[in-house]
Design a protein around this ligand. Structure first.
Ligand SMILES: [Zn+2]
Length: 220
């Protein structure tokens, strides 16, 4: 499979969530939206310095224990239950090997702050399979307060969803496709919403471009 095709066919990991910014939708923070919020929530001396560059994904809010599904086919590459990564219960899903120009690549997606995981390390999953349930086991910023795994019940419950892209080097090492201060991640929002939640004039424009055979309309 081509690398770009996997990205273009990602599905919303929180079925039913509206991928618009809160209060119009369920997204209350996203990649590069407000890095300062996360930078200020913690000091420079703790082990959370990795967040100082900014936010490495999008936060999709929902009810406690909302089902979370796999955005793509893959296998569970890694799981964490401690506080040294994205926080709380985290599942990382790695895609099959992909083609990126002449190189071998892969995409991983992160599902963080879960209340409970429904998969194990090494599990093979198909797109849309249950990954776990939404929780607040990780870092939560709610009402101007930052909590780390100790948010009061129901406060700030959300899924942190992130995308990383990797390229296999000739020495057999995986290296990030992009280097940035967001943990070398890719902004997920455009891939989850591209062409899927367009309205009115945008749909007409897209259809015209498709009809004329011109390059796809991109929201980025
Ligand atoms: Zn987040």
């Amino acid at each position: 499979m081509k690398h770009q095709d996997l990205l273009d066919n990602l599905i919303n990991p929180v079925p039913g969530a509206i991928l618009k910014k809160y209060p119009a939708g369920n997204i209350f923070q996203y990649w590069a939206d407000n890095p300062a919020l996360y930078s200020q929530a913690f000091g420079h001396t703790d082990d959370l310095h990795r967040y100082l560059g900014g936010h490495s994904g999008i936060d999709i809010s929902g009810k406690h224990r909302t089902p979370i599904v796999a955005a793509h086919d893959g296998h569970v590459d890694e799981m964490k239950t401690d506080r040294t990564s994205l926080g709380g219960i985290v599942v990382w899903l790695q895609s099959p090997m992909l083609e990126l120009d002449t190189k071998v690549s892969c995409v991983t997606t992160a599902y963080a702050h879960l209340d409970e995981a429904a998969v194990k390390k090494g599990s093979t999953v198909k797109q849309g399979d249950l990954i776990g349930y939404m929780g607040n086991t990780g870092m939560i910023v709610s009402g101007g307060n930052a909590y780390w795994g100790n948010a009061p019940a129901g406060v700030g419950t959300h899924l942190h969803f992130g995308i990383n892209e990797f390229i296999l080097t000739s020495t057999g090492a995986w290296v990030p496709r992009f280097i940035n201060q967001m943990g070398n991640t890719t902004d997920p929002l455009s891939y989850l919403t591209k062409g899927k939640e367009l309205g009115g004039l945008a749909v007409i424009l897209r259809n015209m471009l498709t009809y004329l055979g011109l390059p796809k309309f991109r929201s980025t």
